[in-house]
Design a protein around this ligand. Structure first.
Ligand code: GLA
Length: 738
């Protein structure tokens, strides 16, 4: 049993394999947070003691006890208006205009299995893989209830959280309903890491000490965004990849979000995460309910590697769904950087023929195949073939690709409409805009109102027709602008504040319908690369195009940041041509391949421009990748260097049984008389002997972990690193013959 509740002591403990989370219901019925960290097996209330803190008032029920203040105590789900002046998790307006909310304990329920959330993506698990705790709190002056739900996946040290708000007999308006409120008393973990960036440069980690006050990482773009990712780490100043304590939180949501951390007057930390309240207002009718998205939490006392391991496992095995959760992903060639909008059937077939000859499994036809889409000014919404480019349609093209022994995939951008399209002419009211104002354009396009059922139905039919009429095994679901002009012609004025969240719910509903109707299709998410790279999208699409930046050097930084929360198997990663189209940089082909192998490998170039020698290299790369694919996608992933600070990006994959190790990466700049640099290979078996298959050298696990290996001597910049080590006498089950 992971969850323990003592009615007598009013004490609740959640235990996972290595961690413990504790709460206590105090004498006034307030649910206090006590502890999140190492397994301690003892009630940690003794650490929660406060003096009389001036200007931190006291609830009336505390009588003359001036040390009892909601402004200082660690609370499990904080509300405003009643004397806690820190950031709150829940705020609402009652019918009489007041915003006070004072939640007290009502009941507790524990059951086997993991709760699910209607209409929202969430961690799923079998009856024997997880447990659920539900704690119901109720306002003392109204019937408003908050059901705090905790899902526990013991073996991966994971606790999920979500909140269901249940209204009483009077209407209320929610202003904020966070998924997570986590108080960390006693000044622990006073640094944070968030993941920021921009288009073509996503999820770069930034680590900072907390300052007193509120720090924030958020998106108001309607998507989880390139600029900030809905994931955050709190850590001790001494936390490294292999030691120190850290807590990770990852929101399972693809829309505007907000992560706030308040470092308070007593050096305590409060982390609040959820839907961005600046774009949110939700009216609850009497007895209506509202469910927040889910947050996945994990604690590691052994540094960031262990934290990432927990998140990789939970996302790969309990968020990703469908056939491609386990099925091997095809190595694909994508037409975008090979041809952009300038193609016809003949050109695509030529690309496919050369690709088939190099051993690629699938051709993906990117943007430009539909309507009058010859540049990015027109055509979105018209999801039927452009017969000038594809005279035999998608069906004919797919048949020709299939005849080359390759499968066929297709790009779409369903949530968008171009003003120059048949769809816009027929349904101008389907595009988002505020009445009497001109809409804002992004890449010349407007956004469809995904909260509308008729829009969802149209897209379901249009995409279903495409999938039924041609043999299509893969869809790249793109979304190429931020959303503003928030307004839906289908919503009453007092419900306009619901639009941003309703958009996301509409998107999820459509994705659920389509992925259920076409379970054999591999769905890849995309938003100008990684602008919607989040655990919400991964519930529907088991891989996401990581970034529009295909420059291998830049990619090592993007993939480094991405790897803190997201597993390698979900990262779409391609080898492109040089000079690179985004940066003009030239990186050797082998280094481009090594970088793209840390993901679901693809190519994004015209193979007809490659020399015979380069084609032979690509052929060998694909064979090698397939031989390592299982180890790469299911092994433990370790970051060995920090490419934002060091002259290299090196990482490794270790099989679950530690029998195999694959080290890959790039040394950025070459140096004359190169200084020797070692890399410690933590996470191996101390007393086992490992052999480098290529050189025949052997080492003990102890030597590799404490002394490490030497990085190779370089010739030229962006020099590839690769070594495969195997435990002596170990027959690797994960490796195919090359
Ligand atoms: C986005 C995607 C690219 C490509 C283009 C097509 O930018 O991220 O990979 O599909 O759209 O317009």
């Amino acid at each position: 049993m992971a969850i323990y509740f003592s009615e007598k002591d009013k004490f609740i403990s959640i235990k996972t394999e290595n961690t413990e989370y504790q709460m206590k219901i105090d004498d006034y019925g307030v649910l206090r947070h006590l502890w999140y960290g190492e397994k301690v097996n003892t009630d940690m209330s003794y650490l929660i003691k406060y003096p009389d803190v001036g200007f931190s008032g006291n609830p009336y029920d505390a009588g003359n006890d001036r040390t009892y203040s909601l402004d200082t105590l660690p609370l499990e789900y904080a509300c405003g208006g009643i004397g806690d002046f820190r950031i709150s998790a829940l705020s609402l307006t009652h019918e009489n205009g007041s915003t006070a909310l004072d939640l007290r304990y009502k009941s507790c329920r524990i059951y086997k299995g993991k709760y699910s959330i209607a209409g929202l993506p969430a961690v799923y698990a079998g009856e024997n893989e997880a447990e659920t705790l539900e704690i119901t709190l109720q306002d003392i002056a109204s019937e408003v209830k908050a059901v705090l739900r905790y899902g526990v996946v013991e073996k991966y040290d994971i606790i999920t959280r979500n909140v269901k708000i249940i209204n009483g007999d009077r209407p209320v308006t929610l202003q904020k309903a966070a998924s997570l409120c986590l108080d960390i008393p006693n000044g622990n973990n006073p640094e944070w890491i968030h993941f920021h960036g921009r288009h073509i440069s996503e999820r770069l980690p930034e680590r900072r000490p907390l300052f007193h006050g509120i720090q924030e990482s958020s998106s108001s773009r309607g998507t989880s965004s390139h600029q900030q990712n809905p994931s955050v780490i709190l850590c001790s100043p001494d936390c490294t990849e292999t030691s120190g304590s850290c807590i990770g939180a990852c929101l399972v949501y693809s829309g505007s979000f907000q992560t706030q951390i308040e470092y308070d007057q007593l050096d305590q930390t409060r982390l609040v995460m959820g839907i961005n309240p600046n774009l949110f207002k939700w009216r609850l009718e009497p007895y209506g309910e509202f469910e927040t998205p889910e947050v996945i939490l994990s604690y590691s006392g052994r540094g960031f590697s262990r934290l990432s391991y927990n998140f990789h496992n939970i996302i790969r095995e309990h968020i990703c769904r469908g056939k491609y959760k386990t099925a091997e992903r095809p190595v694909l060639i994508n037409s975008w950087e090979a041809a952009y909008f300038d193609f016809d059937e003949e050109k695509i077939i030529k690309i496919a023929e050369a690709a088939a000859d190099m051993g690629l499994d699938m051709l993906v036809l990117d943007d430009g195949w539909f309507g009058e889409r010859n540049d990015d000014c027109s055509g979105l919404g018209d999801w039927f073939e452009n017969k000038k480019k594809l005279p035999e349609g998608l069906k004919g093209l797919a048949e020709k690709i299939n005849a080359l022994d390759m499968s066929f995939g297709l790009w779409i951008e369903p949530e968008m409409v171009s003003e120059n399209s048949r769809l816009y002419k027929t349904h101008p009211d389907w595009a988002i805009r505020v009445p009497n104002r001109k809409p804002t354009r992004g890449r010349f396009q407007l956004v469809l109102d995904m909260s509308r059922q008729d829009v969802q139905d149209y897209l379901f039919e249009a995409i279903s027709d495409i999938l039924k009429n041609a043999d299509i095994s893969y869809i790249k679901w793109d979304m190429n602008r931020s959303i503003c002009d928030l307004y839906s012609s289908a919503l009453e004025p007092e419900r306009q504040g619901e639009f941003s969240h309703r958009y996301v719910l509409g998107l999820y509903a459509l994705l659920e319908r389509l992925t259920s109707a076409f379970p054999d299709v591999l769905w890849e998410g995309c938003s100008g690369g990684g602008g919607r790279f989040d655990a919400g999208m991964l519930y529907y699409c088991p891989q996401i195009w990581c970034s529009d930046d295909t420059d291998a050097y830049e990619r090592t930084k993007i993939q480094y940041g991405t790897s803190f929360f997201y597993p390698v198997s979900v990262v779409g990663s391609h080898v492109s041509t040089v000079p690179n189209h985004q940066t003009g940089r030239t990186v050797p082909l082998e280094s481009r391949a090594v970088t793209a192998m840390a993901g679901s490998l693809g190519y994004e170039l015209d193979p007809n421009t490659l020399s015979d020698d380069e084609r032979a290299q690509v052929r060998a790369q694909i064979k090698k990748y397939k031989s390592y694919r299982k180890l790469i996608h299911t092994g433990k992933y370790y970051r060995l260097t920090n490419p934002l600070k060091e002259n290299s990006a090196v990482w490794k994959f270790v099989s679950e049984n530690s029998g195999e190790v694959l080290i890959q990466g790039i040394i950025f700049r070459t140096e004359p008389n190169m200084k020797q640099r070692t890399l410690k290979l933590f996470g191996l078996e101390e007393s086992s002997t490992y052999i480098n298959e290529e050189t025949g050298e052997t080492y003990t696990g102890g030597a590799l972990m404490n002394g490490g290996i030497l990085l190779p001597e370089t010739r030229g910049d962006y020099f590839p690193v690769e070594a495969y080590l195997r435990k002596m006498n170990f027959q690797p089950p994960t490796r195919l013959p090359v």
